[in-house]
Design a protein around this ligand. Structure first.
Ligand SMILES: [Zn+2]
Length: 196
């Protein structure tokens, strides 16, 4: 049982990144990457026509644009669900993403956010963050999508301090507010690495 650490820089697994080119439609808007839809949903539903500005744009631009929108009040409560929805849409329309996710087997997936210190959606391994808590919410979302679509890959067992954990067990520790438990962090930080 090994971890896969993915990021845009990964040689093998960069296709799992939310910045990867793909194409899917949500609510009449065509998105070219998961990041764009995620950022677009910062706009409240009553002004959803404004999400059109996120149509067919590059992920780096979407991320910057997302910082300038008038953030919806319930964003912290819904952002994990938005991420799952965007990933499901990508999964349905992007054959190479489906194949790549299948190829991850039953590995524990961790977004490597080293260099931008994001320990909410991923895990940063810089000297300052290395020993701290990592939420890895994107990794958990990916494993959730994988479990939904490849039941044979559903169970991931790994051993830590003599206790056996499964990813389903880890995934259900993500509550409605997007909070995760320390077990997720333990998995992020301590399972053996494999080449990325
Ligand atoms: Zn860091």
């Amino acid at each position: 049982m090994a971890n896969i650490y993915f990021s845009q820089r990964s040689v093998i697994w960069s296709g799992l990144s939310n910045f990867t080119n793909c194409e899917f439609v949500d609510d009449g808007i065509t998105y070219y990457n998961v990041e764009s839809m995620f950022q677009a949903y910062k706009i409240p539903d009553e002004r959803k026509q404004e999400r059109k500005q996120f149509e067919k744009i590059k992920p780096g631009y979407a991320k910057r644009l997302g910082r300038s929108v008038d953030l919806r009040e319930d964003w912290e409560h819904i952002k994990y669900k938005v991420m799952l929805k965007a990933l499901r849409l990508r999964f349905e329309s992007d054959k190479s993403f489906r194949e790549l996710l299948r190829q991850t087997g039953n590995s524990f997936l961790v977004e490597d956010t080293t260099s931008w210190h994001d320990n909410i959606w991923g895990a940063c391994f810089c000297p300052r963050c290395r020993e701290g808590w990592a939420g890895n919410k994107l990794g958990v979302a990916m494993m959730t999508i994988r479990s939904e679509n490849f039941p044979e890959l559903k169970t991931i067992k790994f051993n830590y301090l003599g206790k056996e954990f499964e990813t389903d067990e880890l995934a259900i520790f993500v509550d409605d507010n997007g909070n995760t438990t320390k077990y997720n962090s333990i998995a992020c930080r301590n399972a053996p690495n494999i080449p990325t």
